[in-house]
Design a binder for this molecule. Structure first.
Ligand code: GLP
Length: 237
């Protein structure tokens, strides 16, 4: 596990964008695993700038997002589908048919979970996976206690996660109780992973990760078993 300490959110975004840029320059038809939340917004802005300047292209890129709320329409302002379009997809040359997010409105959610992992496999597997981290160590929406062997699955969100994410909803009561998320194993299957975390709030999670203890009570700790992970973090001292 490689640790890169940065001094600002903007620096974190640039360092992360550099890794994505290199990936797209080396392999224009990359399969990218993407994340939502406040952490990646700056990196997406940077990638939009670089694409519009002609330094990279998403023309041949295929994306898979980590997760989506169960029960929200794609068009809901709080859906991850909307988040990704507003922050990245609407501003770059990606083909709509190459964008994948789990469908939280699928009639048969269990089938959707199996199909999502199959779609990733069919595409050739994720080359570069971006992760944020929840204050309780969740990655994607894999809450503490999730099996390290989990594939894409339906999860009940913890109160702590629902409170954290309430800022994206008009009323905290509107935060869905469940989500569909790539599992820990689905994430670990990526060839390379970068995790970004900035700010005081993430301090405890970063300390736990640094302690080197691998436990299902702290989902991100499984990343210590992955051969190619970079953690870009800061603002935590
Ligand atoms: C949500 C997402 C996670 C994300 C986390 C942290 O729960 N499902 O993928 O990593 O929030 O978000 P933020 O970057 O806003 O702190």
């Amino acid at each position: 596990m490689k640790w890169i300490e940065v001094n600002s959110y903007d620096e974190m975004s640039e360092v992360a964008a550099d890794i994505f840029t290199k990936q797209l320059q080396v392999k224009p038809a990359s399969i990218l695993g993407l994340a939502t939340g406040g952490s990646p917004v700056g990196m997406y802005k940077e990638l939009v700038k670089r694409q519009q300047a002609g330094n990279i292209s998403f023309n041949d890129v295929i994306t898979f997002n980590l997760d989506e709320y169960v029960g929200l329409d794609q068009s809901s302002p709080a859906s991850y589908w909307t988040f990704m379009h507003e922050n990245l997809f609407n501003h770059v040359d990606i083909k709509e048919e190459n964008i994948h997010l789990p469908n939280g409105k699928a009639e048969n959610l269990d089938e959707e979970c199996v199909a999502y992992d199959a779609r990733i496999k069919e595409a050739g597997g994720i080359d570069l996976q971006l992760l944020g981290i929840g204050v309780n160590g969740h990655i994607g929406f894999n809450e503490p206690g999730t099996s390290f062997e989990s594939l894409t699955n339906i999860v009940e969100l913890t109160e702590s996660t629902r409170t954290e994410n309430a800022i994206y909803f008009d009323d905290s009561k509107d935060v869905p109780t469940h989500a569909i998320t790539m599992g820990i194993q689905s994430i670990m299957n990526a060839k390379e992973i970068i995790l970004i975390a900035f700010g005081e709030k993430k301090l405890e999670a970063m300390e736990k990760l640094k302690s080197g203890i691998i436990t299902e009570d702290f989902p991100a700790s499984q990343l210590l078993n992955h051969p190619n992970v970079t953690i870009i973090y800061g603002g935590t001292k």
